[in-house]
Design a protein around this ligand. Sequence first.
Ligand SMILES: Cc1cc2nc3c(=O)[nH]c(=O)nc-3n(C[C@H](O)[C@H](O)[C@H](O)COP(=O)(O)OP(=O)(O)OC[C@H]3O[C@@H](n4cnc5c(N)ncnc54)[C@H](O)[C@@H]3O)c2cc1C
Length: 555
Amino acid sequence: MNELATHEVLNQSPPFEDVNLFTSDRALTEAVNREGGGSAVRRLTAFGEVCGSAAAFERGRLANENPPRLKAFDSKGHRLDVVEYHPAYHECMAVSVAEGLHCSAWDHLAEAGGKAPQPGANVMRSAGCYMAIQMEAGHQCPITMTNAAVPTLRLQPELAAAWLPKVLARVYDRSFAPLSAKRGATVGMGMTEKQGGTDVRANTTRALPAAGGGPGGEYLLTGHKWFMSAPMCDAFLVLAQAPKGLSCFLMPRFLPDGSVNALHLQRLKDKLGNRSNASSEVEFRSAHAWLIGEEGRGVPAIIEMVTGTRLDCAVASAGLMRLVLANAIHHCRHRTVFQRKLIDQPLMSQVLADLALDVEAATALAFRLSRTFDRASDPHAAAWRRLMTPVTKYWVCKMAPALAYEAMECLGGNGYIEEGIAARVYRELPVNAIWEGSGNVMALDLLRVLQREPETAALVMDDLAATAGGDPHLKAHLARVQKLLHEPRLLEQRGRALTESLATLAAGTILRAHAPAAVADAFIATRLTGAPRQTYGHGLDTADTRAIVERALPA
Ligand SMILES: Cc1cc2nc3c(=O)[nH]c(=O)nc-3n(C[C@H](O)[C@H](O)[C@H](O)COP(=O)(O)OP(=O)(O)OC[C@H]3O[C@@H](n4cnc5c(N)ncnc54)[C@H](O)[C@@H]3O)c2cc1C
C-alpha cells in the first residue's frame, strides 16, 4: 500500500532483496572460476539465492536487533553459564552449517582412507562465506573459528579422532550437551587476556598437569580470557602457561563424564557491531583441558588456526563491502534528484565506480589468497600464502569501513538509519581489522617474513614481476616496492606503507590480467599512480564509470 493520509510514497528505492548474491556478482563468479572453484558454481548459485532472499535478510535483522543474553545463574542461584540467542541467529547458523562453511575445507578428512583435499575446496568455501556474511555477519564468527581450528586439532591425533567427526558433520546442534550426545560441534578460541591480546606470551592463565602431562594430557587451567567469542561453542582452543611455557589446549564445555566444565562466563561485551554474536569475558576455575602438541609450543600450534581466520576476515570484509556497494548502486538506479537518476549524475557515477574498484580489488585479492590455501604443496602458492595473508587481511579489512561509510552516504539519510543494512554493515566492519591481528600486527608479520624468510618474499615478487607484464604503471610500482624491500633502514617505520604498496601491486596485477580494461585501467590509474586521495569519487574523470558500475551490478 503506497498511500498515506497526507501523501503518496514516491521516489524511494525498492528493497534490495531476493537477489542472487552469486549470479549478480561478476567479480565473485569470475574469481571463483579463476581461482579453482568452478566446479561448485551450481551449488554456489543455489546458495546465493538462499543468502540473498528477503527471508535471509530478515533473519539477519532479527538476529542483530535481538542480541544474545548471558544467563550466568538460574532462578535459584545455581551457575548456568549459558548464552541465549534469538531463533534467527540459530537459523543463520543452521544455514551456514548445512552448507558446510564451518568445515568444508576439510571434507576429505571425513572420507575413509584419508583422501586428498578436493581441488578448490577453500575457494568454494570462501565464496559461501562471502555470501553468508551478507545474510548476517555475527554468526560467521563460530563458523570461521570451527573451520580454522581443524589443523590445530589435528596436531593431537586422539583429540582429532574424538572431535573431528562431530566438527565435520553438517548438522547444527545448538543443544548445551556433552560431545557424545551431540550430532555436530563447533569450536572457538581463547587467547586474549586483559593484560595482552597481541602479546599472548604475557598470558597469565596457568595450566597444571592433572596427572603426568605431556601431549594429549589432561591439565587444570586457572585464569581468565578477556575476549572469548561464541561461548556456546562446544570447545575452545585456549592458550595458557604450562610448566614449560605457553601452550595450546582444547577446553571442552563438558567433561567426558558429562559434567559441566568450570568455564564461568562473567559478562558479554557491549560491542559497536557484531551484535548477534556473543563475546564473553570468562574465568577458568581449574577448568579441564587437554594439551595439543608439546608444552611451550602454544603459539606454533595455534598459528594455523589464526592464519585460517585471517583469510576469513578478508573474505568477510570483501563480502560486506560488496553488500553495501550493491545497495548503493541499486538505490541510485531508482532515486531521482533534480529530474535525473542519481546513477546518471556525473559525480555520483564517479563515486559508485570508485567504490566498485575497491570491491573488485578486495574480492580478487581475497580469492587469490584463498586459492593458495588449496595449493599448499606448490612453493609459489605457499610463499603467497605466507607473505600475502597479513597483507590481504590488512588492506581489505582496513579499507572496508571507509568504503561502507561512502556507500552509506550514497543512500542519503536512509543510509544512516538502522532499518537499512548500511548502518549495521558500517558498525560491523572495524572488527575484522582489529581481531586476529590488528593493522600494525599485520604489518609487523609482513616484516617478519621479509627478515626471516627472504626467499618467500622473492618468490612472490618474481610472480608479481611476471604478471605485471608490459604495463608501465605496474612496472614502476613494482620497482618502488622492490626499493622499499631492499632498504632495511627504517623498515619497521615503513611497515604500513610497504603492506599497502604490496596489496595495491598484487591487486593491480590480478585486475590487469583478468578484469575488463575499464576496471583495471581505472584501478591502476588511481591507486598506483596519480594524486594522493583521501576520499572516494575523484581521479576517474576519463574512466568509463558507466561500464564499471554496470559490471558491479548489472541493471
Ligand atoms: C568483537 C571482538 C571479538 C573478539 N573475540 C576474540 C576471541 O574469540 N578470542 C580471542 O582470543 N580474542 C578475541 N578478540 C580479541 C582480539 O583478538 C584482540 O582485541 C586483538 O588481538 C588485539 O589485542 P588487544 O585488544 O589486547 O590490543 P593490544 O594487543 O594492546 O594492541 C593495541 C594496538 O596496538 C597495536 N600493536 C600491538 N603491538 C604493536 C607493536 N609491536 N607495534 C605497533 N603497534 C602494535 C595493535 O595493532 C593494536 O592496534 C576479540 C575482539 C573483539 C573486538
